[in-house]
Design a protein around this ligand. Structure first.
Ligand SMILES: Nc1nc2c(ncn2[C@@H]2O[C@H](COP(=O)(O)OP(=O)(O)OP(=O)(O)O)[C@@H](O)[C@H]2O)c(=O)[nH]1
Length: 217
């Protein structure tokens, strides 16, 4: 059991920010969409993955990070990203976009298939350095998110919560939601003890997240 305060991460140093900016300013390309473990690219460089329930703003965040308009497909139709999508970040990193979960209308068999693949991926990828779990900043951690947090605990993959859509959170609700997230993270041993608050709309937290990725070794 954690007894951690889970503060919002402090702004990175100028040097760290510069490193992040440089990394993400480089060539970013879509490599492939993977539907089975056998399709994963060779584990020849470090990778970070992004997970979150459908419509949390994952594609939008990946586009904001990489400065692309449509690298990761964004859509208003929840649940369209059904593959594990690999992107290169320079030649040194992979960015991995995991299938959105918790889409109520997805058929049971499809959900079961995602879960199997997610589980296999999270526990079987030695080069995975950190998972960023995106949580809608208006709603906090929901029951549907708990399953992935537990999977990450079991696989011992350090994960960091990234709150999205900060521009849509009323100032009066901000601390209440952060406290809900902090309380929900307490039982999770794999939780990285700092939160990132982002908005793809205003750019808040984007440079911070870039610096975090660039700072991983
Ligand atoms: N106001 C605001 N809207 C956002 C933000 N990020 C995403 N959105 C909107 O939220 C909706 C869902 O965003 P996506 O990026 O497609 O979500 P996703 O998590 O990739 O969704 P799936 O493809 O279902 O997994 C879109 O209408 C986005 O424009 C944000 O920071 N602020």
């Amino acid at each position: 059991m954690n007894t951690l305060p889970f503060p919002v991460v402090e702004a990175p140093s100028v040097e760290a920010m510069e490193r992040g900016r440089k990394l993400f300013a480089g060539r970013t390309e879509f490599v492939k969409g993977v539907v089975a473990m056998s399709g994963l690219p060779a584990a020849d460089r470090m990778e970070v993955c992004f997970a979150g329930r459908s419509n949390v703003g994952k594609s939008t965040l990946i586009n904001a990070l990489t400065g692309h308009k449509a690298l990761a497909r964004t859509s208003n139709t929840p649940g369209r990203t059904q593959e594990i999508n690999y992107f290169t970040l320079q030649d040194s990193h992979y960015l991995v976009d995991l299938p959105g979960y918790g889409f109520a209308k997805a058929p049971v068999a499809v959900v079961a298939q995602w879960q199997r693949l997610l589980k296999a991926y999270l526990s079987g990828r030695p080069t995975l350095r950190r998972a960023f779990v995106l949580i809608d900043g208006r709603h906090g951690i929901k029951a549907v998110d708990e399953e992935i947090l537990s999977l990450l605990d079991t696989a011992a993959v350090p994960f960091q919560v990234v709150l999205t859509k900060a521009d849509k959170v009323k100032a009066a609700d901000r601390e209440k939601i952060l406290d809900q997230v902090r309380a929900r993270l307490q039982p999770h041993p794999a939780a990285f003890p700092e939160l990132v608050v982002t908005s793809s709309e205003t750019g808040a937290g984007i440079e911070t997240l870039r610096a975090i990725v660039a700072g991983l070794d």
